[in-house]
Each structure stands twice: as structure tokens, then as C-alpha cells.
Design a protein around this ligand. Structure first.
Ligand code: B12
Ligand code: SF4
Length: 479
């Protein structure tokens, strides 16, 4: 047994507006208990601090500091663990809005507060996705009793706690566990607390695996979850979903149950995703709706049927479905140019993308004809302006859109350069020199006017609805 406090530091404006359940801390709490280390206390700063009106949101930081101080003073802790999830919004910072997009200063204030108020015997452990992407930004200059764990920590965290409690010491920084268990949702009370919020599409999540097994040029996910993959038994996924459904069912007037498979990529490999969905369908675990991040090159008819049968991307209240069921399906394809897909390091090409879109079109006409769905649409997510982009590649992407006719195309212009990614290695000396330069948001430069001009020139004229927010464009057509 050990006295362990786990702090969720996600007090970002995003977590106020779109709360996400702290899956990682729930998993770690379960793993600690399974290891015989007792029940760790979770301090979820945003929820414990209570709701704030939007005009008072700036008080969240001060309230959180007060809660950290109080928790540290309440008893001597063997270990205080801080989960550091978001370091930025991933969007470029508009003038005067740094606090909305860039969270390192707030996180540093929380760490300073722990350093000032924790007893000298308490060991502090840092982890989480943001930490894993740049451990140096958080750990440098901290006392010797501070440690960091990069990556999933269901095995590493209990091991480190045990080393601290039994030997009084642990490594400064441990990276990536190779084997080890994957956690499961287990904290009914915390889940119930989130069900009291106006829950949205992405509030609840659970993971079916760790890692995507890829290393795309700009992407920090392999730094967080490692280069390989580890899988959860689909039977365990089903148990987690049953627990979520049971807590949901126990609420007096719950909002419909939606969740997200919080995998790096849910359908890599496709067979594992199919097994999970088959289990859900066969056991009748059908939520109101679910969604996930997908590899757009690994989509076939069987997968799509399972998605439809289990309410994936389902919208029951879509106006075009006239009260029936609708599906809006995303293809996060990034580009329709083989040259750019190769430059981005994507594991698929145009041919595979085309096969996926064809599978979707054929499945959806069957669903509409058979009356299984009342409205079906699909959209693309593109990343344009990546180094190497030119008119020819944007033209090829437009040609792909004109041929396949998605209802909506979301375009991200440019991407942040994160430390240790292939893009960071490629741009060293040009955009940055020392790793700490990348702790501040640095974006790969994009000639936005040129990209916009090429889109206008090459897209079919009926893609005439365009809206823009920051570096995101939304392009759509009528019908
Ligand atoms: C799924 C997901 C989402 C879903 C969340 C659904 C849900 N209900 O949870 C949605 C789509 C809603 C979402 C939104 C956003 N997300 Co997101 N998301 C992810 C994703 C793919 C998985 C996160 C996850 O839940 N994993 C499963 C859990 C179990 O793992 P985990 O949290 O990593 O926890 C493990 C370890 O980190 C570690 N750990 C965690 N805490 C601690 C603490 C200690 C002490 C220790 C030792 C270890 C430890 O152990 C845990 C168990 O293994 C990650 C990328 C990735 N591959 O990790 C991005 C990611 C976390 N998201 C990110 C961002 C930026 C956002 C948004 C701000 C994007 C936006 N502009 O809207 C919002 C913020 C929302 C919010 N309220 O905070 C970034 C965060 C880093 C950064 N750049 O700041 C990531 C890394 C992706 C990226 N682009 O870089 N996200
Ligand atoms: S972009 Fe997707 S497939 Fe590529 S490394 Fe990141 S998560 Fe994996």
C-alpha cells in the first residue's frame, strides 16, 4: 500500500468546452490497485474546481493552484503523479490568444506549486501525452525526487511506485514499456461524475490497443505510444463497454451514450477492429453512437457493415434523416496526391483510398435502398501545404475530390513541428536549432494564398461554400 495522489492538470479551454474523461488516470488507478498498491486518489482539477461561467474562466488556474496546495497539505503523500495531456491546441496562435492555444506556462505553474508545497520526502512522477512529446520541457531543473515516464504506464507506474516505496529511489526518466498490461475503465464514481455533464461526441473514450505501427512525417503519436503495437483482448474491451453502459444506465436521466475508441488509429490492423466490433454486435453492446480515428486505406465492406450495425458515426437527430438514422463517415486521407502521400509517410496511396471510398459508396447505397439508414454522407480531412506541396499535387487532390464527390472537405493548412518527429529532423537548422526552440509552437511555413488559389482553380465549381477558422478551411457543396 502507498499513499498516491494523481492529478489531472487538463484545465485547458478545450477541456472546459469539450470535457474528456481522464481515461489515462482511470487506467493507472486500476493498475495500481491490481498491483496491490491500494486506491490512489484522483484530483481532477477542472471538475473538482466546479463549473465556471465563460467570463470567469480565467479563475480556473488560481482555483486549481489552491486545490493542489490543499491536497498536498491534507496528508503526507508517498507519490504525487501529474498527468500532462495537452501542451497546445495544435492550432496556430492568433495575436493576443496565446493562453487559448499554448498551455506550457499554465502547466509549469502547476509543477512549481507542487515543488513548493510537496513534502521533501514525496516523490513526483510526471507522465501523459504532452509530457511524452517533450519530457525535457517539464523535467529539466526539477529536484532529484522528480521522475518521468514516457508512454503508456499501466506496468511502469506501479513498478516505479514500488521502487520508490521500497528502495526510496527510481530512474529519472523511463521510456516506453515494451510488454505489460493495458488498462481498463474501472472508476464508476468518476464515470458517473462525467455523465452529469452535458456530454458530447468525444467525452468518453477507451482504448483497444496502443500504437499505430507507423511513423508519418509530422506525427508525434509514435513518440507517445512507441513504434510498435500492443493489443487488448476484445473480451476486455467488451467488459469496459458494459461497465460504461451500466454506469450510464444507472443515471436518472442520462444523455444518450456516445464514446470514442481513443486508439491512435482504430482500424490498424483491420482484423482487430473487426473482432472488437463483431463482439459488440454479437453481445448487443450498441451505444447511441461511437467514432474513432481511422486509416482511410484500410476500409472494406465487412468493416463498414460492422460500423453501421454498431452505430459508428451514427447521427439520430440529423435533419436530413427526418428523425431516422444518418451516418457521416470521415476519411482522414490528408492528400490525394501519391507524391505527397509518400512525402507525408502515409501507409496508403490513391488506389487504396479509391478502393475505400468505393467500398463506402457501395455499402451506403445498399443501406439506403434497404431502409437501414435514412441519410448517408462522407467527408475528407486534408493536410495541405506540407513541405513539397505545389500546384500539381493540390490539383491531383482536387481531381480526387471531383471524382469521388464528398459532401464536405476539411482542410488543415500547415502543421506544427514537434520535437523528434521526421519533420523536425528535416527542418533542423532551417526552422529551429535546439530542441527547446520547439517547445514554442513552430509551424511548417505554408503559402496560404497560393494553396487557396489552387483549390479555387482545380475544384469543381459546386464546391462553392467555404468557411475559415484559423488554419482550418471547411469546403462543401450543396446536396
Ligand atoms: C482520443 C484523443 C482525443 C479524443 C478524446 C476522446 C476521449 N474521450 O478521451 C478527442 C478527439 C475528443 C480529442 C480532443 C483533443 N485532443 Co486529443 N488525442 C486523443 C489521442 C488519439 C488518444 C488519447 C487517449 O485518450 N489515449 C488513451 C489513454 C488511456 O492514454 P493516455 O491518456 O495517453 O494515458 C496513458 C499515458 O499517457 C500515461 N499517463 C497518463 N497520465 C499519466 C500520469 C502519470 C503520472 C504517468 C506516470 C503516466 C501517465 O499512462 C496512461 C495509461 O497508459 C491522443 C494521441 C495519442 N495517440 O495518444 C490525442 C492527443 C492527446 N490530443 C491532443 C490534443 C491537442 C487535443 C485537442 C486540444 C485537439 C483540439 N484542438 O481540439 C482536444 C482537447 C480535448 C480536451 N478536452 O482536452 C494532443 C495532446 C498533445 C498536444 N499537442 O498538446 C494529442 C497527443 C494528439 C496530438 N495532436 O498531438 N483527443
Ligand atoms: S498520422 Fe496516423 S498512421 Fe501516421 S503515425 Fe500518426 S497516428 Fe500513426
Amino acid at each position: 500500500m502507498a499513499d498516491i495522489l494523481l492529478i489531472d492538470t487538463n484545465t485547458t479551454p478545450f477541456n472546459e468546452a469539450f470535457p474528456v474523461y481522464p481515461i489515462g488516470l482511470d487506467y493507472l488507478q486500476g493498475a495500481l490497485a491490481d498491483s496491490g498498491l491500494g486506491t490512489a486518489k484522483i484530483l481532477d482539477l477542472t471538475r473538482a474546481g466546479g463549473p465556471l461561467a465563460s467570463r470567469d474562466l480565467s479563475e480556473r488556474g488560481a482555483r486549481s493552484l489552491a486545490m493542489i496546495q490543499k491536497a498536498l497539505a491534507s496528508q503526507p503523500w508517498d507519490v504525487v503523479g501529474l498527468s500532462l495531456r495537452n501542451i497546445d491546441s495544435t492550432y496556430p496562435t492568433l495575436e493576443g490568444e496565446a493562453h487559448l492555444h499554448h498551455y506550457l506556462p499554465q502547466l509549469a505553474a502547476y509543477l512549481d506549486c507542487v515543488q513548493e508545497n510537496a513534502s521533501p520526502d514525496t516523490h513526483v512522477l510526471l507522465g501523459g501525452t504532452g509530457f511524452s512529446m517533450m519530457p525535457g520541457a517539464f523535467l529539466e531543473g526539477r529536484p532529484d525526487t522528480w521522475h518521468g515516464l514516457v508512454g503508456p504506464a499501466e506496468s511502469a507506474f506501479p513498478q516505479t511506485v514500488r521502487a520508490i516505496v521500497e528502495q526510496g529511489e527510481a530512474p529519472r526518466l523511463s521510456r516506453q514499456e515494451r510488454g505489460g498490461v493495458l488498462g481498463s475503465l474501472q472508476n464508476r464514481e468518476l464515470l458517473a461524475r462525467y455523465l452529469e455533464l452535458p456530454v458530447g461526441e468525444g467525452t468518453f473514450g477507451l482504448r483497444t490497443k496502443v500504437g499505430c505501427g507507423q511513423a508519418c512525417g509530422y506525427c508525434p503519436y509514435p513518440l507517445i505510444n512507441g513504434p510498435g503495437q500492443r493489443f487488448k483482448d476484445p473480451a476486455e474491451v467488451a467488459e469496459e463497454l458494459k461497465l460504461l453502459a451500466s454506469v450510464h444506465g444507472g443515471r436518472p436521466t442520462p444523455a444518450p451514450l456516445r464514446f470514442m475508441f481513443a486508439d491512435d488509429i482504430f482500424n490498424r490492423p483491420l482484423a482487430h477492429a473487426k473482432t472488437v466490433l463483431t463482439r459488440m454486435r454479437d453481445e448487443g453492446i450498441i451505444p447511441y453512437s461511437w467514432h474513432a480515428y481511422l486509416d482511410p486505406g484500410q476500409i472494406d465492406r465487412e468493416f463498414l457493415e460492422l460500423v453501421k450495425d454498431t452505430n459508428g458515426w451514427c447521427r439520430h437527430e440529423h435533419p436530413d434523416a427526418s428523425g431516422g438514422r444518418a451516418m457521416f463517415f470521415p476519411f482522414d486521407m490528408e492528400s490525394g496526391s501519391d507524391r505527397m502521400l509518400a512525402r507525408l509517410g502515409k501507409p496508403y496511396n490513391r488506389e487504396k483510398l479509391m478502393a475505400s471510398v468505393e467500398a463506402f459508396r457501395s455499402a451506403s447505397s445498399g443501406w439506403l435502398a434497404g431502409g437501414e439508414l435514412d441519410h448517408v454522407a462522407f467527408g475528407f480531412h486534408l493536410l495541405l501545404g506540407y513541405p513539397g506541396e505545389d500546384e500539381a499535387s493540390v490539383g491531383e487532390t482536387c481531381e480526387f475530390i471531383n471524382r469521388t464527390r464528398p459532401q464536405q472537405v476539411a482542410v488543415q493548412l500547415g502543421v506544427r513541428v514537434y520535437p523528434d518527429t521526421p519533420l523536425a529532423r528535416r527542418t533542423k537548422g532551417e526552422l529551429w536549432r535546439e530542441e527547446k526552440d520547439l517547445y514554442q509552437p513552430i509551424f511548417a511555413p505554408v503559402d496560404e494564398n497560393a494553396v487557396l488559389g489552387w483549390l479555387r482553380k482545380h475544384l469543381d465549381a459546386d464546391y462553392d461554400r467555404l468557411s475559415r477558422k484559423g488554419n482550418m478551411l471547411l469546403i462543401s457543396r450543396e446536396g
